[in-house]
Ligand binder design. Structure first.
Ligand SMILES: [Zn+2]
Length: 322
């Protein structure tokens, strides 16, 4: 895979356990080789990474810079295996996640416990919500060496600029090369995937959970205004028709919003009940994704004042606004 005369970009695909299956990370060649994301912390992923780097003529010790697109374990876990002198770049909000800052994870725990009740999640689904301990063992425990924000450059790849794209997570960034319109996109846009956000607790020092679908829409709106020609994503195939995919995203959301209004016109319902109707046949398999998208759609409708949340007979339900 080559995008310029002097710098090659190689896609490395690593295994991820469970329904996700695999993640793409990218090696950018140069005097100081750079990795974009590193993969999940399993022996299989590490073995596969070493093998693929070797095939390209590299060893993990040759990597001098690592840029993390966001904090999810499938993108950051193997960071612990890299030498101490590697520079690690990411959004400032990412650090408490990847360093496994205790206060944040405690906040996460209490967030989940509160929202289990508010969202009306039945007992048999609660263990599908999130197993923090599992995700911690597959993730890293290490800090960023360099914080990056909108417009910043990474010294080893100065032709790329950082674009902040919160939404999929509040920590998400992409790398954009203006010269040829190439975007290394992380999980912001994935071909044929229309569930793009993951519920998060309030950030440290904040009391409200981030409204990630709002942020997501702003971020993809921002990408739509850039002359991006192709996206190297964190999962799935390379994306060339960016505008069409963004349009599809917005259309899908509108359709889901209409469906929720229809469902709530029948009667007031809990978030869980709405989720089961919005994602028939899917919520049982990928509950956290389905729930996160449901919450996002409800946030959008609440913002438009079409619906409101109330406590009726000791249950938190959404209903059509009067
Ligand atoms: Zn992700």
């Amino acid at each position: 895979m080559e995008y310029s005369n002097n710098r090659k970009i190689h896609k490395i695909t690593l295994p991820v356990p469970g329904p996700i299956g695999s993640v793409h990370i990218y090696l950018i060649e140069g005097k100081e080789p750079t990795l974009i994301d590193v993969g999940i912390k399993t022996e299989e992923a590490w073995k596969s990474l070493i093998e693929q780097l070797e095939n390209l003529g590299y060893h993990p010790c040759d990597i001098k810079h690592i840029v993390l697109t966001h904090h999810h374990a499938d993108h950051v876990g193997l960071l612990d295996r890299f030498p101490d002198d590697v520079k690690v770049y990411g959004h400032f909000k990412m650090d408490p996640w990847i360093s496994q800052e205790t206060t944040l994870y405690k906040q996460f725990d209490s967030f989940i416990n509160t929202y289990r009740i508010i969202y009306g999640i039945p007992e048999n689904f609660q263990n599908k919500l999130l197993n923090i301990n599992d995700s911690l063992t597959l993730s890293c425990k290490r800090s960023l060496t360099n914080v990056v924000s909108e417009g910043d450059e990474i010294p080893s790849i100065p032709d790329f600029k950082i674009i902040e794209t919160p939404g999929h997570s509040s920590t998400h960034i992409c790398l954009y090369r203006e010269r040829d319109g190439l975007l290394i996109g992380g999980d912001t846009l994935i071909q044929n995937v229309f569930l793009n956000t993951m519920l998060e607790p309030p950030a440290l020092g904040e009391t409200q959970r981030p409204k990630l679908l709002f942020q997501y829409n702003e971020s993809i709106g921002k990408l739509k205004n850039l002359p991006i020609k192709r996206i190297l994503p964190g999962h799935g195939q390379e994306i060339v028709d960016i505008h069409a995919l963004i349009e599809q995203q917005f259309k899908k959301q509108k359709k889901r919003m209409k469906r929720v209004i229809k469902v709530l016109k029948e009667k007031p319902q809990t978030v869980f009940e709405v989720c089961t109707k919005l994602f028939v046949g899917f919520y049982e398999i990928q509950f956290l994704l389905a729930l996160s998208e449901t919450v996002g759609i409800l946030d959008l409708l609440e913002q438009e004042k079409q619906i409101e949340m109330n406590c009726l007979r000791e249950k938190w339900v959404y209903q059509i606004s009067e």
